[in-house]
Design a protein around this ligand. Structure first.
Ligand code: AMP
Ligand code: MG
Length: 182
């Protein structure tokens, strides 16, 4: 089957939507950022997952490659990750060729919401060290992620599914993602 890759900008609520999908198909969810953090906290002494995107891009890519290799061993899983990661040196591709080769995704899901909704959700989440982005930055990041997802699809033949997760309409988002895992 290949991996089901679920992406979305920070704060879009992809974890909520994905948990429901994983439950429906009894699939295991692997959070790419968690696997990277286990590697980076030992090798590069980062103290939080939100510190990783501040590491030099070469270091991030090294950790990313290692994480993708580890995840590939797990078989058919849902991978919670990012199409692009916003770093001080620009957007880092979340699924460059070497990650795609390891994960072999059959479908790439983009979870999206209105930029204003995402802005509000980030403001309410005190558990994370989110970067401060305005509504327009968030809109641009989502546009860029669509372009990146289609580029990844071109390399792999994966399909790209856009799922909208609007405020107070999580059930609708879940209904949109279910056909992907069935
Ligand atoms: P998350 O908890 O999903 O926001 O992920 C935490 C951090 O992991 C992100 O801010 C990135 O630094 C890193 N990360 C997650 N997925 C990727 C990826 N595919 N490529 C590079 N970095 C990633
Ligand atoms: Mg998450």
């Amino acid at each position: 089957m290949g991996a089901i890759v679920v992406t979305g900008v920070p704060g879009v609520g992809k974890t909520t939507v994905m948990n429901a999908a994983a439950e429906a198909k009894k699939l295991k969810i692997v959070v790419f950022g968690t696997v990277m953090f286990e590697i980076a906290s030992k090798a590069h002494k980062v103290k939080s997952r939100d510190e990783m995107r501040k590491l030099p891009p070469e270091t991030q890519k090294q950790v990313q490659r290692q994480a993708a290799r580890e995840i590939a061993y797990l078989g058919d899983v849902i991978v919670d990750t990012h199409c692009t990661v916003r770093t001080p040196k620009g957007y880092l591709p979340g699924l460059p060729a070497w990650v795609l080769e390891s994960l072999k995704p059959s479908v790439i899901v983009l979870v999206e919401a209105e930029p204003t909704e995402i802005f509000g959700r980030r403001a309410r989440d005190a558990t994370r060290e989110r970067d401060t982005e305005n509504v327009q930055d968030i809109a641009r990041h989502q546009e860029l992620n669509r372009a990146a997802a289609m580029a990844y699809a071109t390399l792999t033949g994966a399909t790209v599914k856009v799922v909208f997760n609007h405020d107070n309409r999580v059930q609708e988002a879940i209904q949109q993602i279910l056909p992907v895992v069935q």
